[in-house]
Design a protein around this ligand. Structure first.
Ligand code: HEC
Length: 107
């Protein structure tokens, strides 16, 4: 049994190390996060995809969205709103980055 288990454990440990390293190396920047998690509804430029608009998303470049406070933006991104799903997998620093990114979309 031991003969089989030792290499398996070693392999699992090696995999865990590789996974941890690649995960931390892959810490996504806010623009990348936005592209991968938000753009399908909000559009790469924040003005909203056809689907997002149909669901009720607003144009991030407009005063209507830009007048929202950081706390309000954080709240929507964290907990979702109506048809927008909550993004529970995002870390607080990710959400902070996304809020800052939304500010850069202002016209
Ligand atoms: C499945 C589509 C969908 C995805 C994915 C999505 N949203 Fe939304 N989002 C919406 C909709 C629809 C609303 C409008 C909610 C309402 O007011 O009814 C919204 C609203 C918002 C608002 C408030 C301004 C507004 O348009 O009303 C912010 C800020 C926001 N989303 C940010 C994000 C961020 C950042 C992500 C990625 C982490 C994201 N959303 C992902 C659909 C989506």
């Amino acid at each position: 049994m031991k003969k089989v288990n030792v290499p398996v454990v070693t392999l699992a440990a090696a995999l865990a190390v590789v996974l941890t390293l690649s995960l931390s190396a892959n810490a996504q920047s806010a623009p990348d996060l936005f592209k991968s998690k938000c753009a399908m509804c909000h559009g790469a430029d924040g003005t909203g995809s056809a689907m997002g608009k149909k669901m009720g998303a607003h144009d991030f470049t407009t005063a209507e969205v830009q007048k929202l406070s950081d706390a309000e933006l954080t709240e929507v991104i964290t907990n979702g709103k109506n048809k927008m799903p909550a993004s529970k997998s995002l870390k607080p620093e990710d959400i902070k980055g996304l809020v800052a990114y939304i500010r850069t979309l202002k016209k």
